[in-house]
Write a protein that binds this ligand. Structure first.
Ligand code: SF4
Ligand code: SF4
Length: 729
C-alpha cells in the first residue's frame, strides 16, 4: 500500500463512518415518526400477494412505464442504482490497492459485461431524466409544470450524484485499462477500454478515482440523512414497503381506488351505534391520527408531480394539488414529531397529554408546529387550507398516477370526516344535500313517493321486487335516475332495452334510498352508514335465499355501482353489481339486442371516474358505442385511465365551484375540440355537468350530451326509440 492508498483509504473510511452513522440516525428517526401513526392491521394480510405486487410494480415499473420515455429512463437508473451499488462496494477495494476488485464475482467477465451495459444505459437514463426535469422546470417560460412546488435543488442534486457516480465508474475502469490492471476483454467492456485509451497510465489513478467515487456516494448519503423529508432520494428505499403495504394489493394498477376505507379508531372500523367521540377517533384532526401507512405515504413522495399534472382541481386553477397536500402533511409531521415523541399530543377531548416537564426542553419550532391546526386558512396558520380540502372531486387521478402508490383520496376523506362530523365545518351549500339525505333519503329532497314516476308512459310494465317471484337483475335506479330529468331518460332507455332483450328485472321503487355515496365522500360517515345499512337490509331481503352469484344488481350511476359493489360488503351486503353499459355490451354481444341503424355525426365518450379509474370499466361502454355508431369512436386526448373528471365527484356536485375555471367547462372544451356532435356518458352526474358546460358555451344546438344507453336505444329502435321524458315528469 503506497502513501496515496493510505490517504485514499483513510478518507474513504472516515467519510463512510460519518455517513453510515448519520444514515442510521436518519432511519431511526423516520421509523419513529412513522410509528407515531395509528394502527392499520389490515395492511399485514396476504403477504404473498403483497410481495408479488411489490416486485411487479418495482421491477416491472408498471406505473412508470405508462409515462413512456421517462418510465424507461427511470427503470435504467433504478436498475443502475441497484447493480452499480456493487461497483461502489468494489471501490472500497480499489482505494486500498490499484488492482483491487470485488472477490469472486469481480473477476467474472459476465460481471464486467453486465455492469458495463447497465452503466451505459444508466448514463443515458439519467441524462434523459435531467433533460426532462430541466425542460419542465417551473421557472421556465410558460409557467406551471408537474414540478411546480417540488424542491428542485434536491432533484438536481440526486441526478448529478447519479451522473457523477456513473462517470467515475468508467474513470476507475479506464485507469485500470491504462495501467494494465483491467482483466475484462474489449468485447465485454468497450466503453471502459475507450476511456482507458485517453487516460494517462497513472499508477495511483484507480485509487484516487475510487476515493472520489466513494466521497460522492457518501456525500449523497450524508445529505439525505440530514434531510429526512427528501423523498426524491428516500423513495429508493421507501417505495418498496409503501407498495407492499398498499391497501388492496390484488387490484390492478390504480388499485388504491374503488371503495373508501371505513372510518377506523385504533385500527378497528367504527360502529356508529356504539361510537363515542370522546373515546373514539372520528376522522383525522391531527397529523398523528393518520395511520402509520399514511405517514409512510407522506415520507415516500418523490415530488415527481405526476399526480398534480392529472388533478382536475389543480388544472383548473384551484389551490389543491395532491402533491403539495402530501408534502404539506409530510413536512408538518416531521416538524411536529419532536413534540409528539416527547409525549406531546392532544387526547380526544382536546387536553394536552404531556406534562410541562416533558415539553420543557423542546425546540420552540416544534412547539409552534404542534399548535398549527391541521385544517385552517393561512391566517389561522393551518397546514391544509379548507379550500384545498374541499376542492377534491375524489376522481382518483392522483392515486392512479402515483408511482409509489400513495393513497391521497383516503387521506383527504379522513380529514373531511373530522371536519364534518366533529367541527360541522364544510361548504354551507352542501348542508342542504346532507339534510335532504337524512330527511328524505335523496340529495334533491324529492318526495319518496315520486321515485317511480319515471316509469309513467312506458309501453310495458316495470316489475317491482315483491310483485314478481323471480327476476335475474335488480335494477338499481339511483336518486338521479329517479328524480333528475336527464337521468330519468337514461333510466327509461335502460329499462326499455332490458325489456327489449327479454331480461327479467325488477326495481325496488319506493323501497330504494340513496346509496350514501355523496355523504361518504363529503365525510359524513354517519349518514352514509345510516343509508347504507337501510339499503343492505332491503337488498338482503330482496335477494333472500340466493347465493352471491345470483344476487345481481344493474346500476346506471357509477357512484351507486361503486358503493353497492365495493362498499356495502363492509356492512354485510355482498352483491354482484354491474354497470348498465356492461350488461348492454353483453346483450349486444349475445345477439339479444341488435343495433340496426348506426348513430352518425361523430361520437366521443367521456369516462366517468367512478366507472373507469375506480372500477376499471373502460371497454364495455366503448363496445356498446362501437356497435351503435357510424364509424369509429373519436377519443378525447384525456381518456380511459387518464380521463378528466367532470367536476361532480366527491360530493362536489352539491358545492359551488367558486375558484378558477369550471372543471366541466374544461372537459367540454376538450370534447368539443374532437368535432363530435354526440358526447356519450355513462353517469348521471357527468351528464348534468357536461350538459351544463355545453349549454354554458351556447353549443346546445350543435352538441348533444347523452348516455351510452340512449345512443344504443336510438340504434336498436330508430323508430320511436328516442328516449322520452316520462308522462308528467
Ligand atoms: S382525487 Fe382527483 S381532485 Fe382529488 S386530489 Fe386526486 S386528482 Fe385531485
Ligand atoms: S404523490 Fe406520488 S405522484 Fe404525487 S408527487 Fe408524490 S410520488 Fe409523485
Amino acid at each position: 500500500m503506497g502513501s496515496v492508498q493510505i490517504v485514499t483509504t483513510i478518507l474513504a473510511a472516515a467519510i463512510t463512518a460519518v455517513a453510515v452513522w448519520l444514515a442510521v440516525r436518519a432511519v431511526l428517526k423516520m421509523v419513529a415518526v412513522i410509528r407515531l401513526g395509528q394502527p392499520a392491521p389490515e395492511r399485514f394480510t396476504d403477504k404473498i400477494t403483497r410481495a408479488r405486487t411489490m416486485l411487479v410494480e418495482t421491477a416491472g415499473h408498471t406505473r412508470m412505464l405508462k409515462w413512456g420515455v421517462v418510465g424507461a429512463a427511470h427503470w435504467f437508473v433504478m436498475v443502475g442504482f441497484v447493480v452499480l451499488s456493487l461497483l461502489v462496494l468494489e471501490a472500497y477495494f480499489e482505494v486500498v490497492t490499484t488492482d483491487g476488485g470485488l472477490p469472486i464475482i469481480g473477476h467474472w467477465t459476465i460481471f464486467g459485461l453486465v455492469t458495463e451495459i447497465i452503466g451505459v444505459l444508466g448514463l443515458v437514463g439519467i441524462l434523459v431524466l435531467m433533460a426532462i426535469r430541466l425542460r419542465n422546470r417551473p421557472t421556465r417560460p410558460g409557467g406551471r409544470s408537474r414540478f411546480t412546488g417540488s424542491t428542485m435543488w434536491q432533484g438536481y442534486f440526486v441526478e448529478w450524484i447519479v451522473l457523477l457516480v456513473l462517470i467515475f465508474g468508467f474513470v476507475i475502469r479506464g485507469f485500470k485499462v491504462a495501467t494494465d490492471h483491467f482483466e475484462f476483454p474489449v468485447w465485454a467492456t468497450p466503453v471502459s477500454h475507450a476511456v482507458g485509451a485517453v487516460l494517462p497510465a497513472w499508477a495511483d489513478g484507480v485509487s484516487v478515482a475510487a476515493a472520489i467515487k466513494i466521497i460522492i456516494s457518501m456525500t449523497w448519503l450524508i445529505v439525505i440523512s440530514l434531510n429526512v423529508t427528501m423523498g426524491v432520494a428516500w423513495h429508493r428505499f421507501l417505495a418498496f414497503p409503501n407498495i407492499f403495504f398498499k391497501r388492496e394489493p390484488a387490484r390492478p394498477a390504480g388499485s388504491g381506488l374503488g371503495a373508501l376505507r371505513p372510518m377506523t379508531s385504533q385500527g378497528k372500523p367504527l360502529d356508529f351505534e356504539e361510537a363515542d367521540p370522546e373515546k373514539d377517533q372520528f376522522g383525522v384532526a391531527h397529523v398523528e391520527q393518520f395511520t402509520w401507512k399514511g405517514l409512510l405515504d407522506f415520507s415516500t413522495c418523490t415530488e415527481c408531480g405526476r399526480c398534480q399534472s392529472q388533478c382536475p382541481a389543480w388544472n383548473t386553477g384551484k389551490p389543491l394539488s395532491p402533491k403539495l397536500l402530501v408534502l404539506s402533511l409530510r413536512d408538518h409531521a416531521y416538524a411536529k414529531a419532536p413534540y409528539l415523541l416527547a409525549g406531546g399530543g392532544k387526547d380526544l377531548t382536546g387536553e394536552e397529554k404531556a406534562t410541562q416537564a416533558q415539553l420543557a426542553h423542546l425546540d420552540v419550532l416544534a412547539l409552534a408546529e404542534a399548535d398549527k391546526p391541521l385544517i385552517g386558512t393561512a391566517e389561522e396558520g393551518g397546514v391544509i387550507d379548507p379550500d384545498v380540502l374541499w376542492s377534491c372531486t375524489t376522481c382518483g387521478a392522483c392515486v392512479e398516477q402515483c408511482p409509489v402508490d400513495i393513497e391521497h383520496v383516503d387521506h383527504i376523506v379522513d380529514m373531511r370526516r373530522y371536519q364534518v362530523l366533529i367541527e360541522s365545518s364544510f361548504p354551507s351549500e352542501a348542508g342542504v344535500m346532507l339534510r335532504n339525505l337524512e330527511n328524505k333519503g335523496n340529495p334533491w329532497g324529492a318526495p319518496q313517493n315520486t321515485r317511480e314516476d319515471w316509469t309513467k308512459g312506458l309501453d310495458f310494465e316495470v316489475p317491482r321486487v315483491g310483485e314478481v317471484d323471480d327476476f335475474e337483475y335488480l335494477f338499481w335506479v339511483g336518486c338521479a335516475g329517479a328524480f333528475e330529468d336527464r337521468a330519468k331518460k337514461t333510466t327509461r332507455a335502460v329499462a326499455t332495452l332490458l325489456n327489449e332483450a327479454g331480461v327479467s328485472f325488477a326495481i325496488l321503487g319506493e323501497g330504494e334510498t340513496c346509496s350514501g355515496d355523496p355523504a361518504r365522500r363529503i365525510g359524513n360517515e354517519f349518514v352514509f352508514q345510516m343509508l347504507a345499512q337501510q339499503n343492505v337490509e332491503t337488498l338482503n331481503e330482496a335477494f333472500e335465499g340466493r347465493e352471491k352469484a345470483k344476487r345481481k344488481i344493474v346500476a346506471t350511476c357509477p357512484h351507486c355501482f361503486n358503493t353497492l359493489g365495493n362498499e356495502y360488503g363492509q356492512l354485510g351486503g355482498e352483491f354482484e353489481v354491474v354497470h348498465h353499459t356492461q350488461l348492454l355490451a353483453h346483450l349486444v354481444a349475445t345477439g339479444k339486442l341488435t343495433p340496426v341503424q348506426p348513430v352518425d355525426g361523430g361520437v366521443t365518450y367521456h369516462d366517468p371516474c367512478y366507472l373507469g379509474r375506480h372500477n376499471r370499466v373502460f371497454a364495455a361502454p366503448r363496445e356498446v358505442l362501437g356497435d351503435a355508431i357510424e364509424g369509429d369512436l373519436t377519443e378525447m386526448p384525456r381518456n380511459s385511465e387518464r380521463s378528466f373528471c367532470c367536476g361532480a365527484g366527491g360530493a362536489r356536485m352539491w358545492m359551488e365551484e367558486k375558484i378558477g375555471k369550471r372543471i366541466n367547462v374544461d372537459r367540454v372544451e376538450e370534447a368539443m375540440a374532437t368535432g363530435a356532435r354526440t358526447v356519450a356518458v355513462g353517469c348521471p352526474f357527468c351528464s348534468t355537468m357536461l350538459n351544463d358546460g355545453v349549454n354554458g358555451k351556447g353549443a346546445g344546438e350543435q352538441v348533444e350530451v347523452i348516455d351510452v344507453a340512449s345512443v344504443l336505444l336510438r340504434s336498436v329502435k330508430p323508430q320511436g326509440g328516442k328516449e322520452t321524458t316520462p308522462v308528467g315528469g
